[in-house]
Design a protein around this ligand. Structure first.
Ligand code: ADP
Ligand code: MG
Length: 315
């Protein structure tokens, strides 16, 4: 992020509780104009709740949110006009055609697009050839692209996408990524939620890692990974005597190490030196490391180091 960019959304100390459950527990966050910001967190982290608060769809007990200087609680209509919203489980009228849906949504937003304008919108989302297809007959990826198009019907400056690619196959997911990139290059501000590491890393200028209603870390994906020491993981099948394991563990560039049933896993700042040391130890002990792999650190490691848990199963 460039530090000089203006904040277009300011979220200050937002608390949202459902009974005893703190869905949002003091969230503060600024979204900059023109950035693609990712909220990354497991199911139940509070992602949808936070988007719903920004959108003015739900109220919250404490805190403030403003969009382009307008406080959401007091300027719902104005804020709504600036936001394009794709809900997590958006239900579409399956009997409408894609073109009819654009015109229907346009009417809801008081923009009343002409047929040519509606077609142009479908074209931008690679749906022009589906203009007369009933929504119920579209694939999952096409339906997601349509909900994106519908979110853009009033040409908002800010787009909020709640898990835009969940459940899609890789090809459909990449198609959505291309569209998000294009919207960003057109100068739109984008907030998306995801539990896909890759999506956050590839698409987002900055990521907020959210868990149990709290933002645990905030920054560019690379920055977050470097902040936790930029540790790679070296894995190998190798059985070592205890004193050799200790020798490895004592190396300055080894952060942590586990050995489970002959499977060695080393978190390190210098994977090449670990490999060299493993070769040396292997020669001394007459065993060679097998099935060696090196994994670069990613946001999953960041989440793990922050929470002690993995982000959870990815479909
Ligand atoms: N309407 C509601 N009533 C009660 N609890 C809710 C409601 N909406 C969300 N929650 C709870 O708030 C927490 C955050 O939910 P949500 O924001 O949907 O998470 P995410 O989108 O990250 O999966 C979860 O524990 C969820 O069960
Ligand atoms: Mg959600």
């Amino acid at each position: 992020m460039s530090g000089s960019r203006a904040a277009i959304i300011a979220i200050e100390n937002v608390h949202k509780a459902y009974g005893d459950l703190k869905a949002l527990n003091g969230v503060s966050l600024q979204i900059c104009q023109g950035e693609c910001f990712g909220l990354l967190g497991p199911n139940g982290a509070g992602k949808t709740t936070l988007l719903s608060c920004i959108e003015g769809l739900i109220s919250f007990q404490e805190g403030r949110i403003s969009v382009d200087g307008y406080e959401v609680a007091h300027h719902r209509r104005k804020v709504k006009s600036m936001l394009g919203v794709q809900l997590q489980d958006e239900t579409l009228f399956t009997d409408l055609t894609a073109l009819e849906a654009v015109q229907f949504y346009g009417a809801l937003y008081n923009t009343f697009p002409s047929r040519a304008e509606a077609l142009a919108l479908l074209e931008r989302f690679d749906l022009a050839e589906k203009r007369n297809a009933r929504i119920g007959t579209l694939s999952g990826g096409q339906q997601k692209r349509l909900t994106l198009a519908l979110a853009m019907v009033h040409d908002p400056a800010i787009i909020l996408l709640d898990e835009p690619t969940t459940g899609l196959d890789p090809q459909a997911r990449h198609h959505i990524w291309d569209i998000v990139r294009r919207l960003r290059s057109e100068g739109k501000t984008i907030i998306l939620t995801t539990h896909y590491i890759e999506e956050a890393e590839i698409l987002c200028d900055r990521v907020g890692i959210i868990d149990r209603g709290q933002i645990l870390a905030l920054g560019a994906p690379r920055e977050l990974i470097e902040r936790m020491g930029n540790l790679s993981t070296v894995r190998a099948s190798l059985r070592l005597p205890a004193e050799k394991l200790e020798q490895l563990r004592a190396a300055a560039y080894v952060q942590s190490l586990s050995s489970d049933d002959g499977l060695l896993s080393v978190q390190t700042s210098d994977p090449q030196r670990v490999l060299t040391l493993l070769e040396e130890i292997g020669k001394e002990t007459g065993t060679r490391p097998q099935n060696v792999s090196i994994r670069q650190p990613n946001l999953e490691d960041v989440f793990l180091s922050l929470t002690g848990r993995s982000l959870g199963p990815v479909d």
